[in-house]
Design a binder for this molecule. Structure first.
Ligand code: ADP
Ligand code: MG
Length: 773
């Protein structure tokens, strides 16, 4: 076995200091925060401590109230002393100096890296309390419903004693309760839910229907995951559009007959496929009237998507059938996720493959990038166990300043260098043997793989080797958290994906520390070092013993994808396939750097493409807001069709007329916006196919969107005018519906996950390209 161990310095210590000295862009000195905590401790030492002891919680809260806006250090120091006392008395947690330091830095606008298990939940609550004293309204954005609920319940008593009202919003919160919830001083809400509420508010036609989410100040938990990993994930508000189930079914029937290797080919990694010339000929024979390379591109798209659904999406792996519907299984988290849908077309194709009734098509009414949600807040500070390595990009993309806080007790986890094997099979065999030995010795092990399918596969290998392991395939976040929370029991082996159970603390049970603490084993390295470090951070919390190691091989996806042609390791193997030559280990780092760089590039590109539509949307929302007031919409129509309005005014009440005008104008505007979004997507996909000469695709895209925009409002008004001219008065009301009012059926929200958008969907996009020369 390779005895190459080095002491952990990932999260703290010398390397960080060195980085700071080098002046890592985006990294901030947090000395002022340190000083204010020292000041707080001096304050507590000279008398205040005894004074505090004599006060009850209510009196402490009153003392907080007397503080000003915490703008000068002495006030901030007093605040920290008081809040520490309140936290201790209300929730039984007395913030450590490092936690207060983190909170002080955050109140100063600096996002902080605080290692896993150091108590970020409490830090976030202290920051929220401080902001509320400053008259701010705070959203603590968390990763999911479960964490929002947990944290609000946990921190509620502290915040209440500090004079702040607290509420939780989750996907289960009824519409009627949301207005009140969003009025609370501190709202714990998952990022997605806050985004959906912003989206839903943007298409309402009456101010009183809005939940009115104010985007003042936010504490962002797991900030790098939200700001980087999920940054290009759009949250979508969709409405029903015309379904084409017969066509979907006939396409499904057609592709069912295509033969792999003849009509189409699947790449080795079984992630992409493409039609061969034979296949394209068959499509042409099947749909002869369609010119496949212009109007008929739609047929070809449908065939490709259906083929993809047939060949590469596997029931019970990628999706499950439940209650006559297709539900997605998220490949990174491994569970059925009601929030997710495949992008337009693919969902229907899978339904057709399964001969289901076929849900309505989806029309995207509006969308919001997670990134744009976050930047919509006036003040954003984040916290995360892995922020420093993202500092530069966070500064670049968000102007976020980052600082780093050392752990309360020094981290003694050992991070072993990768154990690199020649083949994947040797890698797995070695990992299984390694884990089996630890299990024998009573050490708990958390195994993380690249995907759910991989977790299942690895779990099978362990079982075959008679190593008992728990496979994490929970149905929901709470269950997942419960399983992960037990990962620190002696000898327990938990197999999961990297993301599973995030936010859940893994405490060592009795006897586990003596056996060496939690050992984290990664099977293959992740696409960027931050993800590796997040995983390592699971072990060694709060000074616990712990260990981490990755098992890799020269056949790993990272190498195959980003460094194809990596030289074979020759006579450098031990009998079990271990590669001793560290040169090869460096190839993995290199491949990871390329992968990381590519992801950064994609994020930057996504941001540049999202910029103009987001700006345009802000303008539309402003116009909408104005048209919603009183008779403004009616006035606009009056300018165009004064006679008709006069005529109607005699038949319906003034109130009805105003309301109908509002509905007609706003719905038409929403319809145009939805079409504008579709247009944006079309150009974005289309322009990459065209020969552009020397023109930059982004420039063309922006120009076309810019040109289309001014017409949008005029076209919407024209539609509203038509509606008003066509509509008849029925029972004293203007019947807009019969006149063809745009009213998307049921609306729902979902998230286009990276899995399906950034990869599968763009792969489908890619596979279309060769065909359309
Ligand atoms: P993180 O989000 O940083 O991973 P959590 O907020 O989940 O950490 O907290 C991890 C654990 O640390 C929890 O069990 C919590 O009760 C404990 N903890 C946090 N702050 C303190 C404190 N000041 N004193 C004692 N325990 C604490
Ligand atoms: Mg946490």
């Amino acid at each position: 076995m390779a005895g190459l161990k080095k002491k952990s310095d990932g999260a703290s210590g010398a390397s960080r200091f060195a980085a700071w000295l080098r002046g890592t862009p985006g990294m901030e000195n947090i000395k002022p925060a340190r000083q204010v905590v020292e000041q707080a401790n001096r304050l507590a030492a000279v008398g205040l401590a005894e004074d505090l002891a004599g006060l009850d919680v209510a009196e402490l809260g009153a003392a907080l109230d007397e503080l000003g806006e915490l703008t000068d250090p002495p006030e901030l120091a007093r605040f920290l002393v008081l809040i520490r006392e309140i936290a201790d008395r209300t929730i039984g947690l007395r913030p450590f100096d490092v936690q207060l330091r983190a909170a002080a830095a955050m109140l100063d606008g600096i996002s902080v890296e605080v290692a896993t298990g150091e108590g970020k939940t409490l830090i976030g609550a202290v920051v929220a309390a401080g902001w509320v004293l400053q008259g701010r309204q705070v959203h603590v954005l968390s990763a999911n419903d479960y964490l929002a609920e947990r944290d609000a319940a946990w921190m509620g008593p502290l915040l209440a004693a500090a004079g702040a009202s607290v509420a939780t919003v989750t996907s289960a919160t009824p519409q009627a309760d949301r207005v009140a919830a969003y009025r609370a001083d501190v709202v714990y809400v998952p990022v997605t839910e806050a985004g959906f509420d912003v989206l839903r508010d943007r298409v309402r036609s009456r101010p009183e229907e809005m939940v009115g989410i104010s985007q003042d100040a936010t504490v962002l938990d797991e900030a790098d995951a939200v700001l980087l990993d999920e940054a290009k994930t759009p949250l979508v508000l969709a409405g029903e559009a015309g379904a084409t189930p017969e066509l979907d079914l006939s396409v499904a029937d057609f592709v069912a007959d295509l033969v792999e290797g003849v009509d189409f080919e699947v790449d080795d990694d079984r992630r992409t496929l493409h039609l061969t010339d034979t296949g394209i000929n068959r499509v042409e024979d099947w749909a002869p009237e369609a010119d496949l390379f212009s109007d008929g591109a739609d047929v070809l798209t449908r065939v490709n998507v259906a083929l993809y659904a047939r060949t590469l999406l596997v029931r019970d792996v990628d999706y499950v059938l439940a209650d006559g519907a297709v539900s997605l299984v998220s490949s990174s988290r491994g569970r059925i996720d009601a929030l997710q849908r495949w992008p337009e077309g693919l969902q229907q194709a899978v339904e057709a493959k399964e001969r289901l009734a076929g849900s309505a098509g989806v029309q995207v009414l509006d969308q919001l990038l997670v990134r744009d949600l976050v930047t919509g807040y006036r003040t954003v500070v984040g916290m995360s166990g892995t922020l420093v390595s993202a500092a530069e990009e966070l500064m670049e993309l968000y102007e976020i300043r980052s600082g780093s806080i050392e752990p309360n007790v020094p981290n003694i986890r050992t991070d072993e260098e990768d154990r690199l094997y020649e083949t994947g099979a040797e890698r797995d065999a070695a990992a299984v043997a390694f884990i089996g030995d630890l299990h024998e010795a009573g050490q708990p092990v958390l195994v993380a793989t690249q995907s759910v399918a991989e977790s299942e596969r690895f779990h099978r290998l362990l079982t075959e080797a008679a190593v008992p392991a728990v496979l994490l395939n929970a149905k929901n976040d709470r269950e997942e958290a419960d399983i992960i929370a037990r990962a620190g029991e002696p000898g327990r082996i938990t197999v999961s994906t990297q993301m599973a159970g995030r936010g859940t603390d893994i405490k060592l049970a009795d006897g586990a520390a003596e056996a060496g603490g939690l050992c984290v084993v990664g099977i293959e390295r992740f696409p960027n070092p931050r993800l590796d470090n997040q995983l390592r951070g699971r072990a060694g919390r709060q000074g616990d013993p712990g260990h981490s190691v990755f098992f890799t091989s020269l056949e790993d996806a990272l190498l195959r994808e980003f460094l194809p042609g990596t030289p074979e390791a020759r006579d450098v193997l031990e009998a079990d396939g271990l590669v001793l030559d560290r040169k090869h280990a460096r190839f993995i780092d290199q491949a990871q750097r390329i992968s990381d760089g590519q992801q950064r590039e994609q994020r930057s590109l996504a941001r540049r493409y999202a910029h103009l539509p987001a700006q345009q949307r802000v303008e539309i929302v402003k116009v909408r807001g104005e048209l919603m007031i009183g008779d403004r919409a009616l006035e606009r129509l009056k300018q165009k069709i004064p006679d008709r309005i006069d005529e109607l005014a005699e038949q319906v009440s003034a109130e009805e007329l105003e309301s109908a005008a509002r509905t007609a104008v706003l719905s038409s505007l929403d319809e145009r916006w939805s079409a504008h979004l579709a247009y944006a997507l079309e150009i974005r996909e289309g322009i990459h196919l065209q020969a552009l000469g020397k023109q930059e695709p982004l420039t063309v895209y922006n120009r076309m969107l810019h040109e289309a925009f001014p017409d949008l409002l005029q076209e919407a008004l024209a539609t509203a005018v038509e509606l008003f001219e066509d509509a008849e008065v029925v029972d004293g009301r203007l019947d807009l519906d019969s006149a063809g009012l745009y009213r998307p059926g049921a609306t729902w929200t979902y998230m286009v996950t990276d899995d399906h958008f950034g990869s599968e969907w763009s792969r489908i996009g890619r596979l279309l390209r060769p065909a359309r020369r």
